[in-house]
Ligand binder design. Sequence first.
Ligand SMILES: Cc1cc2nc3c(=O)[nH]c(=O)nc-3n(C[C@H](O)[C@H](O)[C@H](O)COP(=O)(O)OP(=O)(O)OC[C@H]3O[C@@H](n4cnc5c(N)ncnc54)[C@H](O)[C@@H]3O)c2cc1C
Length: 369
Amino acid sequence: MNWDAIVIGLGGVGSSALHAFARRGLRVLGLEARGIAHALGSSHGQTRLWRRGYYEHPDYVPLVDAALRGWRALEAETGARLVEPVELLQIGPPSGSLVQGTRRSAAEHGVAVEELEAREVQRRYRGALRVPDGMQALSERGAHLLWVERCVATAVAAAERAGARVQSDAEVRSWRAEGAGFAVETTRGTEHSGALAIAAGPWAGTLLRELGAKLDVRRKPVFWFEREAGAAPLPALFVEQEDASSYYAFPLPGGALAKAAEHSGGDPVADPSRVARDELPHDRAGVRAFLERIAPGWRGVEAGFEVCLYTLSPDGHFFVDRHPEHARLAFAAGLSGHGFKFSPALGELLAGLALGESQVARPPFLALR
Ligand SMILES: Cc1cc2nc3c(=O)[nH]c(=O)nc-3n(C[C@H](O)[C@H](O)[C@H](O)COP(=O)(O)OP(=O)(O)OC[C@H]3O[C@@H](n4cnc5c(N)ncnc54)[C@H](O)[C@@H]3O)c2cc1C
């Protein structure tokens, strides 16, 4: 056995898992098919939102709190600035899942969320944001933005300083159980380990095919805008519309840029290694209509375009579990377009699960199903 543990995939979750194994003083190898903090998977595009009023399920709140402690600890350990405070304004129909779910999480976990009248939103943001008739606005002042590529690169560098080894441009072709551990075939050779963590993002379906988990990869176009000089500062915005489509727009901390995209929808992707990376004719209509309707202050000049990938589970909740036949193999998959903020907590969970640590508490609703 040449390694105590191997981590496959060093994106958001895998970089944190590598650090979690290395912190335990173990001999750990990270295998990444591409470069570190590359722009072909799910962890790129400058920023990710961290929020606490978790509309998807209240049981995410303790995990999201643990994750923020993890990001803060990584900042303290490395001196890197990873997290920026931001106000989050969420807008949706009062009976919709966004407003109902946020209120439920806020009530169960004491999240500070303020209900705002449409007129108050108009006044606060000097007309740059509009709440359509019949919609409710909720403000969470304690949200944050994460510098996504810096988070990944910092976690990998911290893991290496703690003794981890990293191979980039090393694609895993297959893994198999071997004695009490695993053999992992890569484009560079075969590695052997006692424990294995798989965090392959959009490519997880190939490495975990035998589990039969349904993973639906989607192409997500993202647009950047230059805001006019002197424009009023805006909060991060997340909107559920009456037809259940959802969109978001985030300001870039300290700069004139903002980005916007659709959270719902997205073209299905058959092979995550072959995705159209340029803008397609149907990419912009939805985002443009959303901004015109709700955030006229965000339009400005288009300043960039990028494609990112979501990996959806059937119910939108993550799969974080041990392999049913190999207790020393843990995986995270199907993060469904909202997983990055959790990376330090998920990395810690993967390490704990793969090492059989009894104190690991994975929320039951994230089990393989
Ligand atoms: C546009 C967009 C906006 C988002 N906004 C938010 C947000 O605001 N907040 C939030 O919390 N989340 C958000 N998400 C979701 C979040 O970014 C993802 O859930 C998260 O980044 C997924 O991380 P991951 O580690 O699973 O995947 P990735 O970061 O893609 O990492 C997987 C890694 O595994 C590697 N790999 C795959 N197969 C192999 C192999 N065979 N051998 C070796 N390496 C391999 C890949 O190269 C890749 O580096 C957003 C996602 C997108 C696309």
